[in-house]
Design a protein around this ligand. Structure first.
Ligand code: SF4
Length: 261
Protein backbone atom coordinates (compact mmCIF):
# COMPACT_ATOMS: atom_id res chain seq x y z
CA UNK A 1 0.00 0.00 0.00
CA UNK A 2 1.19 3.51 -0.81
CA UNK A 3 2.14 5.83 2.00
CA UNK A 4 0.18 9.05 1.83
CA UNK A 5 2.04 12.37 1.79
CA UNK A 6 1.31 15.83 3.10
CA UNK A 7 1.80 18.35 0.29
CA UNK A 8 2.64 22.05 0.51
CA UNK A 9 -0.74 22.90 -1.05
CA UNK A 10 -2.45 21.18 1.92
CA UNK A 11 -1.07 23.70 4.39
CA UNK A 12 -3.59 26.40 3.45
CA UNK A 13 -6.40 23.88 3.93
CA UNK A 14 -5.01 23.00 7.36
CA UNK A 15 -5.02 26.67 8.38
CA UNK A 16 -8.61 27.03 7.16
CA UNK A 17 -9.55 23.86 9.01
CA UNK A 18 -8.11 25.23 12.22
CA UNK A 19 -10.12 28.42 11.66
CA UNK A 20 -13.27 26.29 11.40
CA UNK A 21 -12.23 24.59 14.64
CA UNK A 22 -11.80 28.05 16.21
CA UNK A 23 -15.36 28.94 15.35
CA UNK A 24 -16.57 25.72 16.94
CA UNK A 25 -14.28 26.38 19.95
CA UNK A 26 -16.33 29.52 20.55
CA UNK A 27 -19.60 27.56 20.44
CA UNK A 28 -18.13 24.92 22.70
CA UNK A 29 -16.83 27.37 25.26
CA UNK A 30 -20.21 29.14 25.39
CA UNK A 31 -22.01 25.82 25.60
CA UNK A 32 -19.82 24.71 28.50
CA UNK A 33 -20.93 27.80 30.39
CA UNK A 34 -24.50 26.47 30.31
CA UNK A 35 -25.94 23.75 32.53
CA UNK A 36 -25.76 21.32 29.58
CA UNK A 37 -21.99 21.51 29.23
CA UNK A 38 -19.63 18.55 28.88
CA UNK A 39 -18.74 16.89 32.20
CA UNK A 40 -15.64 15.16 30.78
CA UNK A 41 -16.78 11.56 31.36
CA UNK A 42 -14.97 10.31 28.23
CA UNK A 43 -17.90 7.99 27.46
CA UNK A 44 -18.28 9.46 23.96
CA UNK A 45 -14.61 8.51 23.35
CA UNK A 46 -15.42 4.79 23.45
CA UNK A 47 -15.57 5.01 19.69
CA UNK A 48 -13.62 4.25 16.52
CA UNK A 49 -14.19 7.34 14.43
CA UNK A 50 -14.69 7.49 10.69
CA UNK A 51 -13.15 10.67 9.36
CA UNK A 52 -12.30 12.18 6.00
CA UNK A 53 -8.67 12.01 4.90
CA UNK A 54 -8.39 15.81 5.31
CA UNK A 55 -8.62 15.48 9.09
CA UNK A 56 -6.40 12.38 9.12
CA UNK A 57 -3.73 14.38 7.26
CA UNK A 58 -4.12 17.30 9.65
CA UNK A 59 -3.75 15.06 12.70
CA UNK A 60 -0.61 13.48 11.21
CA UNK A 61 0.75 16.95 10.41
CA UNK A 62 0.15 18.19 13.97
CA UNK A 63 1.64 15.01 15.46
CA UNK A 64 4.79 15.65 13.46
CA UNK A 65 4.91 19.24 14.75
CA UNK A 66 4.47 18.00 18.31
CA UNK A 67 7.25 15.47 17.80
CA UNK A 68 9.72 18.24 16.89
CA UNK A 69 8.54 20.44 19.75
CA UNK A 70 9.16 17.61 22.21
CA UNK A 71 12.58 17.06 20.62
CA UNK A 72 13.45 20.71 21.10
CA UNK A 73 12.23 20.64 24.68
CA UNK A 74 13.30 17.23 25.98
CA UNK A 75 15.55 15.69 23.33
CA UNK A 76 15.26 13.22 20.47
CA UNK A 77 14.86 10.09 22.60
CA UNK A 78 11.80 11.57 24.35
CA UNK A 79 10.30 12.70 21.05
CA UNK A 80 10.77 9.24 19.52
CA UNK A 81 9.31 7.59 22.59
CA UNK A 82 6.28 9.91 22.36
CA UNK A 83 5.75 9.21 18.66
CA UNK A 84 6.18 5.44 19.09
CA UNK A 85 3.60 5.53 21.88
CA UNK A 86 1.14 7.27 19.58
CA UNK A 87 1.83 4.80 16.75
CA UNK A 88 1.32 1.86 19.16
CA UNK A 89 -2.06 3.28 20.22
CA UNK A 90 -3.12 3.65 16.58
CA UNK A 91 -1.91 0.14 15.79
CA UNK A 92 -3.95 -1.31 18.64
CA UNK A 93 -6.98 0.41 17.09
CA UNK A 94 -6.25 -1.47 13.87
CA UNK A 95 -6.37 -4.79 15.75
CA UNK A 96 -9.56 -3.91 17.64
CA UNK A 97 -12.11 -6.28 16.14
CA UNK A 98 -14.88 -4.87 18.31
CA UNK A 99 -15.03 -2.00 15.79
CA UNK A 100 -17.09 -2.09 12.64
CA UNK A 101 -18.45 0.34 10.08
CA UNK A 102 -22.08 0.30 11.11
CA UNK A 103 -21.57 0.57 14.84
CA UNK A 104 -18.63 2.80 15.63
CA UNK A 105 -18.57 2.15 19.38
CA UNK A 106 -15.77 -0.06 20.68
CA UNK A 107 -15.12 -2.09 23.84
CA UNK A 108 -12.18 0.06 24.78
CA UNK A 109 -11.57 3.66 23.80
CA UNK A 110 -10.53 5.68 20.76
CA UNK A 111 -6.84 5.23 19.87
CA UNK A 112 -6.13 8.77 21.04
CA UNK A 113 -7.63 8.28 24.48
CA UNK A 114 -5.30 7.98 27.44
CA UNK A 115 -7.23 9.15 30.48
CA UNK A 116 -8.29 12.10 28.29
CA UNK A 117 -7.93 13.04 24.64
CA UNK A 118 -4.23 13.19 23.76
CA UNK A 119 -4.84 15.22 20.60
CA UNK A 120 -7.32 17.62 22.15
CA UNK A 121 -6.03 20.69 20.27
CA UNK A 122 -6.34 18.96 16.90
CA UNK A 123 -9.11 16.41 17.43
CA UNK A 124 -11.62 16.02 14.58
CA UNK A 125 -14.71 18.17 14.20
CA UNK A 126 -17.06 15.32 15.05
CA UNK A 127 -15.64 15.30 18.60
CA UNK A 128 -16.05 19.06 18.91
CA UNK A 129 -19.62 18.97 17.56
CA UNK A 130 -20.83 16.29 19.94
CA UNK A 131 -23.18 17.85 22.48
CA UNK A 132 -22.41 21.37 21.23
CA UNK A 133 -23.97 21.18 17.77
CA UNK A 134 -25.84 17.91 18.27
CA UNK A 135 -27.89 15.92 20.75
CA UNK A 136 -26.03 13.35 22.84
CA UNK A 137 -26.51 9.62 23.36
CA UNK A 138 -28.08 8.01 26.42
CA UNK A 139 -24.65 7.03 27.76
CA UNK A 140 -23.59 10.68 28.09
CA UNK A 141 -24.05 11.63 31.77
CA UNK A 142 -24.46 15.38 31.25
CA UNK A 143 -27.56 17.15 32.52
CA UNK A 144 -30.82 16.96 30.52
CA UNK A 145 -33.73 19.39 30.38
CA UNK A 146 -37.36 18.61 31.20
CA UNK A 147 -37.72 16.89 27.79
CA UNK A 148 -34.81 14.61 28.69
CA UNK A 149 -32.65 16.20 26.04
CA UNK A 150 -29.98 18.88 25.95
CA UNK A 151 -29.98 22.21 24.22
CA UNK A 152 -27.34 22.69 21.55
CA UNK A 153 -26.40 25.42 19.08
CA UNK A 154 -28.17 25.52 15.70
CA UNK A 155 -29.13 28.05 13.06
CA UNK A 156 -27.41 30.03 10.37
CA UNK A 157 -24.11 30.59 12.16
CA UNK A 158 -23.70 26.87 12.82
CA UNK A 159 -24.72 25.98 9.26
CA UNK A 160 -22.10 28.36 7.85
CA UNK A 161 -19.33 26.71 9.87
CA UNK A 162 -20.37 23.12 9.14
CA UNK A 163 -20.76 23.85 5.43
CA UNK A 164 -17.40 25.59 5.37
CA UNK A 165 -15.95 22.41 6.87
CA UNK A 166 -17.58 20.20 4.22
CA UNK A 167 -16.29 22.45 1.44
CA UNK A 168 -12.78 22.14 2.88
CA UNK A 169 -13.03 18.35 2.60
CA UNK A 170 -14.08 18.83 -1.02
CA UNK A 171 -11.15 21.19 -1.66
CA UNK A 172 -8.63 18.86 -0.08
CA UNK A 173 -9.99 15.95 -2.15
CA UNK A 174 -9.82 17.96 -5.37
CA UNK A 175 -6.36 19.33 -4.59
CA UNK A 176 -5.17 15.74 -4.24
CA UNK A 177 -6.71 14.20 -7.33
CA UNK A 178 -10.31 13.35 -6.31
CA UNK A 179 -9.70 9.64 -5.83
CA UNK A 180 -9.89 7.00 -3.10
CA UNK A 181 -6.29 7.68 -2.12
CA UNK A 182 -6.94 11.12 -0.65
CA UNK A 183 -10.65 11.82 -1.04
CA UNK A 184 -12.06 9.14 1.22
CA UNK A 185 -13.78 8.54 4.51
CA UNK A 186 -11.81 5.98 6.51
CA UNK A 187 -11.35 4.49 9.96
CA UNK A 188 -9.31 7.12 11.81
CA UNK A 189 -6.35 4.94 12.91
CA UNK A 190 -5.81 3.79 9.33
CA UNK A 191 -6.11 7.32 7.95
CA UNK A 192 -3.51 8.74 10.35
CA UNK A 193 -1.12 5.77 10.11
CA UNK A 194 -1.17 5.97 6.32
CA UNK A 195 0.62 9.35 6.61
CA UNK A 196 3.13 8.09 9.19
CA UNK A 197 4.17 4.48 8.48
CA UNK A 198 6.30 3.54 5.49
CA UNK A 199 5.06 1.27 2.71
CA UNK A 200 6.59 -1.91 4.14
CA UNK A 201 5.06 -1.30 7.55
CA UNK A 202 1.68 -0.59 5.97
CA UNK A 203 1.89 -3.76 3.91
CA UNK A 204 2.68 -5.82 7.03
CA UNK A 205 -0.24 -4.21 8.83
CA UNK A 206 -2.51 -5.00 5.92
CA UNK A 207 -1.53 -8.67 6.03
CA UNK A 208 -2.20 -8.89 9.76
CA UNK A 209 -5.45 -6.96 10.22
CA UNK A 210 -9.07 -7.40 9.25
CA UNK A 211 -10.24 -6.19 5.83
CA UNK A 212 -12.97 -4.07 7.43
CA UNK A 213 -10.31 -1.73 8.85
CA UNK A 214 -9.09 -1.02 5.31
CA UNK A 215 -12.37 -0.17 3.72
CA UNK A 216 -13.34 3.37 2.91
CA UNK A 217 -16.01 5.45 1.27
CA UNK A 218 -14.69 7.36 -1.70
CA UNK A 219 -15.67 11.03 -1.95
CA UNK A 220 -15.96 13.89 0.54
CA UNK A 221 -19.77 13.77 0.05
CA UNK A 222 -19.71 10.44 1.90
CA UNK A 223 -18.63 12.13 5.10
CA UNK A 224 -21.96 11.88 6.88
CA UNK A 225 -22.19 12.44 10.55
CA UNK A 226 -24.93 13.61 12.89
CA UNK A 227 -23.70 17.20 12.76
CA UNK A 228 -23.37 17.36 8.95
CA UNK A 229 -26.82 15.87 8.52
CA UNK A 230 -28.28 18.44 10.92
CA UNK A 231 -26.47 21.55 9.73
CA UNK A 232 -24.58 20.66 6.56
CA UNK A 233 -24.87 21.20 2.83
CA UNK A 234 -28.23 20.55 1.25
CA UNK A 235 -28.95 16.98 0.21
CA UNK A 236 -29.47 18.06 -3.45
CA UNK A 237 -25.99 19.56 -3.58
CA UNK A 238 -24.45 16.44 -2.04
CA UNK A 239 -26.27 14.24 -4.54
CA UNK A 240 -25.25 16.42 -7.46
CA UNK A 241 -21.59 16.23 -6.39
CA UNK A 242 -21.80 12.45 -6.02
CA UNK A 243 -23.37 12.20 -9.48
CA UNK A 244 -20.59 14.29 -10.98
CA UNK A 245 -18.15 11.75 -9.60
CA UNK A 246 -20.22 8.86 -10.96
CA UNK A 247 -20.79 7.67 -7.39
CA UNK A 248 -24.56 7.17 -7.51
CA UNK A 249 -26.03 3.78 -8.38
CA UNK A 250 -29.19 3.21 -10.42
CA UNK A 251 -31.31 3.24 -7.27
CA UNK A 252 -30.00 6.70 -6.41
CA UNK A 253 -27.80 5.51 -3.53
CA UNK A 254 -24.48 7.24 -3.02
CA UNK A 255 -22.65 4.96 -0.67
CA UNK A 256 -20.12 2.62 -2.16
CA UNK A 257 -17.62 1.15 0.24
CA UNK A 258 -14.39 0.07 -1.37
CA UNK A 259 -11.12 -1.37 -0.22
CA UNK A 260 -8.71 1.39 0.65
CA UNK A 261 -5.56 -0.72 0.66
S1 SF4 B 1 -10.03 12.08 19.08
FE1 SF4 B 1 -10.00 12.62 21.26
S2 SF4 B 1 -12.03 13.55 21.67
FE2 SF4 B 1 -12.18 12.41 19.73
S3 SF4 B 1 -12.93 10.34 20.27
FE3 SF4 B 1 -10.67 10.26 20.22
S4 SF4 B 1 -10.00 10.63 22.35
FE4 SF4 B 1 -12.16 11.32 22.17
Amino acid sequence: MKKREIHTKDLGTFVSLDMVYNKVRIFQSRHNETEFGCVGSGKCCKVGLKIHMTEAAYIAFRMRQEYYLIMEDRGEASATEWMNGKIDQLLSGMYDDSWDWDEQTVDGHCSFWDDGCTIYGYRPLVCRAYGTLTEVDDFCPRKRNEHNTIEHFAGEGVERVVQEFQLLLKKYGEDNGSNIEYDAVVYMPLGVLSFILDETELEELYQQTSDKMWEGFEGWFNYQSRFTRLHGLHEDFIMQEAKLRGAVDEDGNILERTNNE
